[in-house]
Design a protein around this ligand. Structure first.
Ligand code: C5J
Length: 220
């Protein structure tokens, strides 16, 4: 067992039963001209998470952890896009043309991962139509098939896709650790409160730790 310095108390995990999930580190959220910017957000606020994500990703790869990458997006025919999601933001953005191709559509440049955190061969990629990584994906099956009990979460955004995934994972019985500097939000206050919500009440959803603590526990 490994132990790392986390909030609200130490997080214990075993390399063989732990997976790293990189959530939605896609151009559409992080680079100008994508979905995040279309919704009126300052996408530069998400860039602070890239270096900590890379540090944890490198440490996870070195220690042989299962690494899974998720992407939020939709089929080119948009048949999997609920009307309720289509017009969020007061307009229709998903599926329309932007500088990086059709917004949040699978196969387009904007839907792809940022180059800094590109998956390598053997790392499963999950395409998800919703916010949570379990909804309409085979994430649970992959985790079960690999004997995974603990999850380390990085990615964007803290209060939306990361938080939804952490809550779903907690309800399914996984031990969840969110890497606080490797997640980011367009809203600094939402980021802070979302992390507090996870670790409050004796880790009611899970644990929170810095990337340096995670990387050194993985290496140690
Ligand atoms: C959002 C996400 N914010 N990946 N998606 O719509 O958090």
């Amino acid at each position: 067992m490994k132990t790392l310095d986390a909030q609200p108390f130490s997080f214990k995990f075993d390399l063989k039963s732990t997976a790293l999930i990189m959530i939605d580190m896609q151009r559409d959220f992080i680079e100008p001209g994508g979905f995040g910017e279309m919704l009126g957000n300052d996408v530069s606020l998400l860039r602070s998470a890239i270096a900590p994500c890379k540090a944890v990703l490198d440490a996870a790869r070195r220690s042989g952890l299962l690494v899974i990458h998720t992407r939020e997006g939709h089929r080119p025919d948009l048949a999997d896009l609920h009307p309720a999601k289509r017009t969020r933001g007061g307009k229709t953005f998903i599926g329309t043309d932007g500088p990086m191709g059709r917004i949040l559509v699978r196969g387009e440049k904007g839907h792809d991962f940022i180059p800094e955190l590109y998956p390598i061969e053997g790392e499963p990629i999950l395409d998800k139509p919703g916010k949570g990584a379990f909804y309409e994906t085979d994430l649970h099956l992959i985790l079960e098939a690999n004997g995974i009990r603990s999850l380390i979460l990085c990615g964007v955004t803290t209060e939306v896709c990361v938080n939804t995934t952490a809550r779903e994972a907690n309800d399914r019985g996984y031990e969840v650790l969110v890497v606080e500097d490797a997640v980011a939000s367009y809203f600094p206050e939402f980021h802070r409160v979302a992390l507090e919500m996870i670790r409050a009440q004796g880790a009611i959803v899970g644990w929170v730790a810095r990337s340096a603590a995670v990387s050194s526990a993985l290496a140690g």
